[in-house]
Write a protein that binds this ligand. Structure first.
Ligand SMILES: Cc1cc2nc3c(=O)[nH]c(=O)nc-3n(C[C@H](O)[C@H](O)[C@H](O)COP(=O)(O)OP(=O)(O)OC[C@H]3O[C@@H](n4cnc5c(N)ncnc54)[C@H](O)[C@@H]3O)c2cc1C
Length: 493
C-alpha cells in the first residue's frame, strides 16, 4: 500500500492538509491546483502595484486545534501570533476590553463581561442566563436542534441590546451569516468551545505574514516525500466507472490516473466535475445543490500616517465589523511566554508606520449582503465615515490607496438543518474521497473546518487501503466547572 498514488484536486486548506497527511503516511501524492498559488480562499496575492494583500484577513481561535496542528506540521506555527485581549469600540468611540481572568471556566470571562460598558445591566443579566444554559448543558441545550439562533435567543428572552451588541457581534463574524439564518447548533458551539469550555479557546490567532507565506512548507514537505505540487493545473472532469475512481481529465484535455483521488474543490466546482448521475436526479451528492453561500467584503486602506494603536478592533453599531492594524500585526513582538501582546503606549509606537511612515488597515464585513450591489466607491466612503467615528485620526489623515475585495460566495451558509446536505468525506465510490469546508465536519465554513475535512479524508482513504492512521486532533480539554458539566452531559472531554 505505501506506494499507492493519490491525486488531491485543489490546493486550499482542505487539499493541503489532506495532501500533507497522506505524504507523511508514505503515499505518493500529486496535488493539482487550478490557480497559480496555494491556499484557496485563505491566501494572499500581489496587486499590480506590487503590494501584497490577503484575499481577506483570516483569524483563527485557540479552539481551532486541527488548524494549529496543520500549521505546526508545515512549519508555520511560529507565524501565527495569539492575542488574549479583545478590543471593542462603540459608535461613541468608547473602548472596552474582554480578556480571561484567573477564574475556573466558565467564570473566567465574567469579570471583563461585567465591566463591558457597551451593555446595560438588563442586557448582561439576559446574556448570563443564556450562557449559563449553554454551559450547564455541556454545549448542547435541549430544543436547539434545527432552529435559527435568533429563534433560540428569543426563546431565551434576550434583550434587543443583548442580541444586537453581543450575540450578533460575535456570531456574524464567526459564522458569516445573520442570526435568523444561522443554525443555533453552530452558534452555541462557538460560545461553548471558544468562551465557556476552557480558558484558551477564545484567544485570537492572527498571521504575522501574508497568508500565502503560511503554505511555503507544504510544497517542500510533499516533494521531499516523492510528491508533487502542480499549480495552474485545473481539473475538468473526474471519471467514475462501475463505482470506482477511474482518473481525471485536466482542462488541457490530458488524462491523469492514480490509485485514489481526494476532490477538495469548492462544492459548486465539484458539481461540474462529477458524472451527472451522482449530482442530479436523486444522486448521492444532489444535496450539494441545496447549499447556499454568503458574502464577505474586505476593505484595505493605506493611510499616510498612523491612525490606530490597537492591533485590531471589533466595532459595535456599525456596518464595519473588524478593523485590523496590518502594519502593527506584521511587526508584532513576541513576549517571553511566546504570546504576542498587543502593543500599547510607547512600546508599540515604533511599529506604527509602514516604510513610508503610513499605516495599512484591513476592514472586514461578514454576511455583507447589503454591500453586494454597492459600488466600490460607495463602500470606501461608508468605511471611511465609520472609521472617522472610532479612529478620529483618520479624519485628518490622507487615504493613499483603497482596495475593496468582495467575495460574494465566501462561505456556505450555516442555515438551520444544513448538515443534511453536507456529505461525508467517504462516498459510495471506491477510491474517491471528498474534502472541503462544506463536507460534514461538525464545523461551520472555517479554516479549522477545512483542515478537519482534509484530515478526515486522509483517514478514510488510509482505512479503505487497510492501513488506518489517525490525524484528527482532539478539541481543547474542558476545564473547571465546564469540565464537570461536560462530563455530566456526556460531552467528550
Ligand atoms: C473573505 C473570506 C474571509 C474568511 N475569513 C475567515 C476567517 O477569518 N477565519 C476562518 O477560519 N475562515 C475564514 N474564511 C473561510 C475559509 O477561508 C475557508 O473555510 C477555507 O479556506 C476553505 O478551504 P477549502 O480548502 O475547503 O476551500 P478553498 O480554499 O476554496 O480551496 C479550494 C481550492 O480548489 C481549487 N480549485 C477549484 N476548482 C479547481 C479545479 N477545477 N481544478 C483544480 N483546482 C481547483 C481552488 O482554486 C482552491 O484553491 C473566510 C473566507 C473568505 C472567502
Amino acid at each position: 500500500m505505501p506506494s499507492q498514488s493519490v491525486l488531491v484536486i485543489g490546493g486550499g486548506l482542505a487539499g493541503l492538509s489532506c495532501a500533507v497527511a497522506l505524504a507523511e503516511a508514505g503515499l505518493r501524492v500529486r496535488l493539482l491546483e487550478k490557480r497559480p498559488h496555494l491556499g484557496g480562499r485563505a491566501t494572499s496575492y500581489t496587486l499590480p502595484d506590487g503590494s501584497e494583500v490577503d484575499n481577506c484577513q483570516h483569524v483563527t481561535l485557540g479552539c481551532c486545534t486541527n488548524l494549529a496542528d496543520f500549521y505546526r506540521r508545515v512549519g508555520a506555527g511560529g507565524k501565527i501570533r495569539f492575542y488574549d485581549r479583545l478590543f471593542f469600540v462603540d459608535a461613541a468611540g468608547r473602548r472596552c476590553v474582554i480578556e480571561a481572568a484567573p477564574l475556573p471556566p466558565p467564570l473566567h470571562m465574567a469579570p471583563s463581561f461585567l465591566l463591558f460598558d457597551a451593555l446595560t445591566l438588563g442586557d448582561k443579566k439576559s446574556i448570563a442566563r443564556a450562557l449559563l444554559a449553554i454551559a450547564r448543558a455541556g454545549g448542547h441545550p435541549a430544543g436547539a436542534d434545527r432552529m435559527s439562533m435568533l429563534d433560540w435567543l428569543r426563546g431565551m428572552k434576550q434583550t434587543a441590546g443583548a442580541i444586537e451588541r453581543y450575540w450578533r457581534v460575535v456570531l456574524v463574524s464567526a459564522l458569516d451569516e445573520e442570526l435568523a439564518r444561522t443554525d443555533a447548533k453552530y452558534a452555541i458551539e462557538v460560545f461553548w468551545k471558544a468562551f465557556l469550555g476552557n480558558r484558551g479557546g477564545y484567544r485570537v490567532g492572527i498571521p504575522s505574514v501574508p497568508l500565502a507565506e503560511l503554505y511555503e512548507g507544504c510544497r517542500e514537505g510533499m516533494q521531499r516525500r516523492g510528491g508533487e505540487v502542480r499549480t495552474r493545473c485545473g481539473v475538468r472532469e473526474i471519471r467514475v466507472a462501475e463505482d470506482r475512481f477511474a482518473g481525471v481529465v485536466l482542462e488541457d484535455g490530458s488524462e491523469v490516473s492514480a490509485d485514489a483521488c481526494v476532490a477538495s474543490v469548492p462544492h459548486d466546482a465539484l458539481l461540474n466535475m462529477l458524472p451527472k448521475r451522482m449530482t442530479e436526479g436523486g444522486g448521492p451528492l444532489e444535496g450539494l445543490r441545496r447549499l447556499r453561500t454568503s458574502p464577505i467584503t474586505g476593505v484595505h486602506f493605506w493611510f499616510d500616517r498612523p491612525v490606530m494603536t490597537e492591533p485590531f478592533l471589533t466595532l459595535l453599531d456599525h456596518t464595519t465589523q473588524w478593523v485590523f492594524n496590518k502594519t502593527l500585526l506584521y511587526a508584532g513582538e513576541e513576549t517571553e511566554d511566546g504570546a504576542a501582546r498587543p502593543m500599547e503606549g510607547t512600546g508599540g509606537e515604533a511599529h506604527q508606520g509602514d516604510a513610508a511612515g503610513g499605516q495599512y488597515l484591513q476592514l472586514v464585513i461578514s454576511a455583507s449582503y447589503g454591500l453586494v450591489q454597492s459600488s466600490r466607491q460607495e463602500i470606501i466612503e461608508l468605511c471611511q465615515r465609520e472609521l472617522g467615528e472610532v479612529l478620529p485620526a483618520t479624519r485628518e489623515a490622507r487615504l493613499r490607496k483603497a482596495v475593496v475585495i468582495k467575495e460574494v460566495n465566501a462561505t456556505f451558509s450555516p442555515e438551520p438543518g444544513v448538515d443534511r446536505w453536507r456529505p461525508s468525506q467517504q462516498i459510495a465510490v471506491k477510491g474517491l474521497f471528498l474534502a472541503g469546508d462544506w463536507t460534514r465536519t461538525g464545523w461551520p465554513a472555517t479554516m479549522e473546518g477545512a483542515v478537519r475535512s482534509g484530515y478526515l479524508a486522509a483517514e478514510a482513504l488510509l482505512s479503505e487501503s487497510g492501513e488506518p492512521k489517525r490525524f484528527l486532533q482532539p478539541d481543547l480539554p474542558f476545564e473547571g466547572i465546564s469540565k464537570w458539566w461536560a462530563e455530566r452531559n456526556g460531552a467528550a472531554v
